[in-house]
Write a protein that binds this ligand. Sequence first.
Ligand code: 0A1
Ligand code: ZN
Length: 850
Amino acid sequence: MKDAAPQRIHLADYRPPSHLVEDVHLTFQLDPKATRVTSRIRFKPNPDSEETGFRLHGEGLTLISAKIDGTRVDPEMVEDGLVVAAPNDAFTWEAVVEINPEDNKALEGLYLSNGMYCTQCEAQGFRRITYYPDRPDVMAPFTVRIESDLPVLLSNGNLKERGEGFTEWHDPWPKPAYLFALVAGELVDVHDTFITKSGREVQLAVWVRKGDEHKCGWALNSLKKSMKWDEDIYGREYDLDIFNIVAVDDFNMGAMENKGLNIFNASAVLCSPETSTDADFERIEAIVAHEYFHNWTGNRITCRDWFQLCLKEGLTVFRDQQFTADMRSAPVKRIEDAILLRARQFREDAGPLAHPVRPESFVEINNFYTVTVYEKGAELIGMLKRIVGDETYYKALDLYFERHDGDAATIEDWIKVFEDAADRDLSQFMLWYSQAGTPKITVTETFEEGTHTLVLEQSVPDTPGQADKKPMHIPLLFALFDPDTGQQFGEDVLLELTEPRIEIRTRGHDRKPVVSLNRDFSAPVIIDDTSRTDDRLFLLANETDSFNRWEAARSLTRDALTALATGGLGPGEEYLDALNGLLVDDSLDPAYRALILRQPSEEEIAQAIFDYGRHPEPLSVNRAADTLRARMAAHFEPDLPRLFRGMQVHGAYSPEAADAGRRAFANGLLTLLSRLDGGTAARAQFDQADNMTNRLAALGSLLQIDEGAEALARFESDWKHDRLVMNKWYAIQISLAPPEAAVGTARALTEREDFDWTNPNRFRAVMGGLVSNPAGFHDATGAGYEFLADWLIRLDEKNPQTAARTSTAFETWKRYDPKRQDLIKAQLDRILGTEGLSRDLTEMMTRIRG
Ligand code: 0A1
Ligand code: ZN
């Protein structure tokens, strides 16, 4: 049915459901090609609805039989389900349907992954399992019986009964269908227990395929840390006897928060020192926490409709960010989050896919699981917290849980608890949810006769479908510094911008003070920074806010790179000296120094050049990055070997922050060192490393100086049996290939036997690898565009969701020169012209094309 003209759904059209569900009984008779699903559902008319008529969603189902109150009925099939006459009061619906899990490569609904049955129901996968009102505001307790010879049969909630060839589960907490889950297979578990703060014992288990047991410990431990943290910080206790996590090889996203039965992409749960990097350990800890935190923010309180997605996602991301900050280093986490936000969300906000944190319409909801909804959504929570203060924030959250437990809520409900807790009007703040685009703040400074005047002017750019925006409520943390003493004048001030323009005047200065704005990245805005280089060098030396100190270094590096890439002069001595000063400063956390050393991506430089009004030339950007690395290596040479040696970690591998920080810094230094020693140190590290972090970093350093062939071959022979490790091998050689070789490398890899392109992780390893090599992807011949378009078309037939996600690689096309624009447009049109293109990819292509 998906070829019919796609329907656009609007937030403004929301209507309460016609019927509510009292309870659901499901029986699954599992079979790879013909699974039978029998449902018995108790419906009652919704007193809050004016709608008459009874409709159920369903997609790709074979209806075997249907009954209402025991009498056979003959429903009318409609585009997205069925319609049938129903009694005016409560009634029981019973249906038997048949589905084909083996053929399901879209990975939505019930599917088979490597012989294991699993489900993915968010956002609208449940309708591929049985007929149901598949919308988040219909919540019900579920009882599920699974019949199969497979040894492990899992569903949500608590286990009620297990017998020969079946299990029966009951989840007492009313939930929307998108949180339903089922898993069945030959699985083994690694388990533990957790005692909640009120003394209840919860059975925890991570379920994996045999042979992966040794990779479960970290996730299990992360789960326990998350459970404890949510009790300590938010007062939230777990509410079932069991908490299961399952690792699945084929999965479109990172993981899914199904009630009591989280399903994870294997890459987001399995890890060991030999196979996983420090970044993997940190990511897994964060994803386990994220899914666990959803139990309260998402499951106990869910969303009224999919437009409210940020209600659960923005808040849960914010909570997982807080958790990581507490487990590791808060300043480092803040910088990492800002890097990600700017690289991906600012880019989304600046292009054809820009949309509000709460979108107002969509064609395919799966296309709105975006960095804007998630990461910008999290920033909005952070701003609220800063505006009302920590104490009021937790008061508002308590009120939220108290008032809305068991509800399908809205952003209005959410903001109202803050208004009530803080006794403030937050209607202007609501604009953050409805106005797309990254606000820009232009800064002008004047200094006359001891008076310093700072003028801040805010504007929000036009975005698709939105123009002439209103001024926003922007919390900016701000400080002034004395240029003579290097000291801060007074305390930080939280400026709350609400007008288009404000002036801040201070008097009695001998010299112009130095401004530090948006400390701690207090608002996700672009500061149009006209500050002089010497002010930034001053901040590099004197700033006490670790974010803005890093920011000073970052912006100087960005300027150096944009200058180099556009034919200007490279970095000045003064800047390189200042940077060197930070690198050798042992009072600074190595993880922080690693961030100071890390260059902005070529993507970021391309965007900066475009912001200056020029088309970036990807090859020049690539060369500039290379030149800067060479200059840094030469400039830091006297300190490099000693620093590198001093950062080595001895003893057994630990993924905790302290050791990980040292490795991150050491490996940043190794990249520079490799340009001086021709790869000697990197080769030695590759040979000796007992962990994947150091091994992969060494391989990366060698690839960057074109000395990686031998190491690549060794890596492959060591790891060809491990799918997850091989994904790293696929990705790194494409992303670090010389630009002219990148497309060829990617293509050759897709011709390998083990390139299983229906596995989203493997597909992403290649396509993501290429896209993260911008000079390769944007090859002037257009070969990169054509290659990606070919694969998007191919994947779309099987897995529209992942095809649509990957297509965002084209969202920056208007940044490039007219010739490249034509080449990309041709590919967009070719994709759009493909017969039978999915609703997902059609929507993305149409929006990107503009
Ligand atoms: N809710 C999950 C992520 C998720 C979203 C959509 C999916 O299919 C469209 C699958 C998973 C989370 O936030 O972790
Ligand atoms: Zn989430």
